[in-house]
Structures are given as structure tokens and as C-alpha cells.
Design a protein around this ligand. Structure first.
Ligand code: LLP
Length: 435
């Protein structure tokens, strides 16, 4: 879906911008975010709900995938709500003009300060556990406010994805255990300052199967029925995110349209079976909205040839700007952006620059012959790259640009070493003495 083409100079172009020009202007590594791809995915989700769901629906962007002012502003402009999981993400969303009514605050250990902020801002709080439920009840009373809440419940639905990004199974750190749900509803019935709007469940991430979401509607509708017994009318049902994207040729995820259809049919059928009205239906995709919308551009530096074994080609970034390969063994594809049609030459291993043997971005990439100074891009880096970037080895984090119709706008300034050192404090006794 990326609006990528090859220029007459044989360069990669994204969003109408020549990637070689972009890296000359903005440096490397560089995150290049394509406005059109991001907006198209937002529209596919919204149109899916218009097509398949007769009730009210809201798509919420899971901003943990990439939270910054510009991204929050684009998704807000596309009519989406925003899922946040910290004060930082919340204040960025409001700073970008997101409507608090459409902000959903998640997290399994929100601090007292974060809950206070949520009450002040007036966003919805997706309550994860008893500790939080009780603190929020007290906070709401003190503030004299009614706080809109949803309950996160573990649905007990398994899926096939990396174990670090599975959340629907019962042995998960997130959400109330379903056995607790009656006690939670009973408690909520006694807390009028907490307005329980609905329930939330999230199964996991980078999921290609549809079955978990076929089953989820039935599980969640049952919770709505249970709530009625405690005098609570739940009007919002949030089915989470999780739709996977295509990173390499072998990946074959369902389309956004098919995923939305599955979710809607499941909820519609379950509501009919339980004779309950259609709730406001929410989902919160992250990766499938922004993952495919970005490429990261790097410069090639050194190479190490081990005859008969392997050639390592090093680029000027790595696990600090894309921790996914080392964390989840994720597989990516690369292109040589300054020689797009050059014939494939050899299989090389694209290595990062960090002091860690596992800092490999792609093992066995079939690429044209590479030389120092070449511009290599890795696609599909929109989700969980910038947001999980680190300063490992004291490397400043990259800049990001938003490209559209041939224009590039800087959306994240490149960090500098001075930015990093600015946060350091050197106690008086340790200051270098004048010689
Ligand atoms: N809702 C909740 C409550 C979540 O925990 C998540 C992701 C999402 C929505 C969005 O899921 P998505 O549509 O993006 O799959 N860092 C990992 C992924 C962690 C996902 C965490 N939660 C990775 O790079 O694969």
C-alpha cells in the first residue's frame, strides 16, 4: 500500500519524495512516514464499520505503535479516537487536538499522577485491575466528577503470535480475570462516580487468524448480560487491535475490510443471540494503521567478508531505532534506494552498529552489490520502531519526516548527543579539576 515508485534516476520515491534527496536533507537514519498510506488505512477501518455495522462505531488508534504530535494529528483529522497508555501519550494526544471523549487510557499500572491527569482531562479510563478501580473511585469522589470507565477483561482466547505480544490468554498480566467480573460489577454498582460504559478485551498483536475475533463477540456479549444483573447497562464494546501486517513475501494477513467484517458479524450475531441492543463498537488497531506507512533509510558503512561463510554489511542504525528483530526475531525486507533496479548480487547480512552480536536487522538479505554510502531502506517500520527506540550505546534517536504529494515535513527532530548529555548531572565532587 506504500505510495512508493522508482524515479527516472533509479531512486526510491515515497510519497512523491526521492529518498536519496530526503537523506541528503535530513540525514540518516531517517524514518520516512507516508501520509497517504496512513490515511488510507484509517479510511479502510472507518469505511468497514460503515459497511458492516448498523450501530455506532469508533476506531481508536493504538498510539503505542507510534505516538508523536504529527501522527496523533493525522489520525484525529481522519476522525479516529486515540488509545494512550501513559501521561506522555495522553498529553501528546491532547496536544495534537484529540477530543478527550475519544481518548481511551489503558495500562496495567497507571500511576496516581496519571489517573489524576485522566480525571482532569476527562478521557475514558480503561480500568485494568482492582487497585486501579479503587484508586480511581476515590479520586473521582475527591474531584467531584463522574469518570467514564471501561473494564479490561482477559477473554481467555488464545492466538498464534510471538509469546511476548499475546495478551488474550488467562495467564496474562493485563485485565481482570473473567472469574472476577461479577465482583467488579457489584463494586461498580455501588460507585456512582464511576460510570461503567463498557468492556474491553485485546487478544494480541500481529495476528493473521480471524478465529479469535470470531469468538470474541460471544464472550464479550456475555459480560454485557452479566452486567445487567447488577443494574449496569453497558453501551460500549471495545474489541482491541491486533491485525497483523505483511513484513515479507511469506506474510498473508487478512485485509482490514475482512477483519472489520469478522468483528462486526461476531458482535451482531452475539447481540442477537443474547437479545441485547447493539453497543457502540470500538476497535483499537496500531500496527495495521501505521506499520506499512513507514520506511527507515540508512547509509551503508563498513563490510566484513568471511570467505565461504557470510558477508556482514553494516548500516548506521540498528537495534536502537528498530528493536523488533532482536526482541521478537522479526523479519524485514530491504531495498537499495539509490539503485533500485540493480541486479541482485549476493546474500548478505545487514548488521546494525551496536555493540551486540544480535544487532542484525536482516539475516540473509538478497541485495544488489553494496558499497559504502549506499542508501538502504527497510520497509514496514511504522509500528513499534520510533516508539520503542532507545539510546543504546548513547546513540541519538533518528529524525522523522512526513511525506505527501512530493513535500516532506520534519515531524521529529533528530536527537543530538548534546540532548542526551543535557539530562546528565555531574556531582560537584566528580567535576574535572582545572589543571
Ligand atoms: N490495544 C491494546 C490494549 C494493546 O495492548 C495493543 C498492543 C493494541 C491495542 C494495538 O495492537 P496492534 O493493532 O498494534 O497489534 N511491540 C510489539 C507489539 C506490542 C503490542 C502491544 N499492545 C511489536 O513490536 O510487535
Amino acid at each position: 500500500p506504500l505510495t512508493a515508485t522508482t524515479t527516472p534516476d533509479d531512486h526510491l520515491s515515497v510519497g512523491g519524495c526521492d529518498v536519496v534527496d530526503l537523506v541528503e536533507r535530513f540525514g540518516t537514519p531517517l524514518y520516512i512516514l507516508d501520509d497517504h498510506t496512513l490515511r488510507t488505512a484509517c479510511r479502510q477501518y472507518r469505511q468497514g464499520f460503515e459497511r458492516y455495522y448498523p450501530g455506532e462505531a469508533l476506531v481508536i488508534y493504538a498510539s503505542k505503535a507510534w505516538n508523536c504530535l504529527a501522527v496523533c494529528a493525522v489520525v484525529t483529522d481522519e476522525g479516529l479516537g486515540i488509545d494512550v497508555v501513559s501521561a506522555g501519550e495522553l498529553l501528546t494526544a491532547t496536544g495534537a487536538g484529540a477530543d478527550p471523549d475519544r481518548i481511551y487510557f489503558h495500562g496495567n499500572n497507571k500511576s496516581f499522577e496519571e489517573l489524576t491527569l485522566a480525571v482532569e482531562v476527562g478521557c475514558r479510563v480503561v480500568v485494568d485491575n482492582w487497585h486501579e478501580l479503587k484508586s480511581l473511585g476515590e479520586l473521582a469522589t475527591q474531584a467531584g466528577k463522574t469518570v467514564p470507565v471501561l473494564l479490561r477483561v482477559t477473554p481467555g482466547i488464545e492466538c498464534h503470535t510471538h509469546e511476548y505480544i499475546r495478551t488474550g490468554h488467562l495467564d496474562s498480566k493485563f485485565g481482570f480475570d473473567p472469574d472476577q467480573i461479577e465482583a467488579v460489577f457489584e463494586f461498580l454498582a455501588s460507585q456512582p462516580q464511576l460510570q461503567c460504559l463498557g468492556v474491553h478485551a485485546h487478544i494480541g498483536s500481529q495476528i493473521f487468524e480471524l478465529n479469535p475475533h470470531t469468538d470474541l463477540g460471544g464472550v464479550m456479549a456475555q459480560w454485557v448480560v452479566t452486567a445487567q444483573r447488577y443494574g449496569l447497562t453497558l453501551t460500549e464494546l471495545d474489541v482491541g487491535g491486533g491485525l497483523g501486517i505483511r513484513y515479507t513475501e511469506g506474510d498473508d494477513p487478512p485485509s482490514i475490510d475482512t477483519w472489520v467484517k469478522t468483528v462486526c458479524e461476531s458482535v451482531i450475531a452475539a447481540c442477537a443471540a443474547h437479545d441485547i441492543p447493539l453497543p457502540k463498537l470500538l476497535c483499537e488497531p496500531g500496527r495495521s494503521l501505521i506499520g506499512s506507512a513507514c520506511v527507515t533509510a540508512y547509509r551503508v558503512g563498513s563490510q566484513k567478508v568471511i570467505p565461504g561463510m557470510r558477508t556482514y554489511v553494516a548500516i548506521d542504525g540498528g537495534m536502537s531505532d528498530n528493536p523488533r528483530p532482536i526482541t521478537y526475531q522479526s523479519v524485514y525486507r530491504a531495498l537499495v534506494a539509490n539503485r533500485m533496479t540493480a541486479p541482485l548480487a549476493e546474500t548478505v547480512t545487514l548488521a546494525g552498529k551496536h555493540c551486540e552480536s544480535g544487532d542484525i536487522l536482516i539475516k540473509d538479505a538478497a541485495l544488489p552489490e553494496l558499497k559504502s554510502g549506499d542508501v538502504v531502506t527497510i520497509a514496514g517500520t511504522g509500528a513499534y520502531n520510533y516508539s520503542m527506540a532507545s539510546n543504546y550505546n548513547r546513540v541519538p534517536r533518528p529524525a522523522a519526516v512526513l511525506v505527501a504529494d512530493g513535500d516532506a515535513a520534519l515531524i521529529i527532530r533528530r536527537e543530538t548527543v548534546a540532548d542526551l548529555i543535557r539530562q546528565d548531572c555531574l556531582p560537584e565532587t566528580l567535576r574535572p579539576k582545572a589543571k
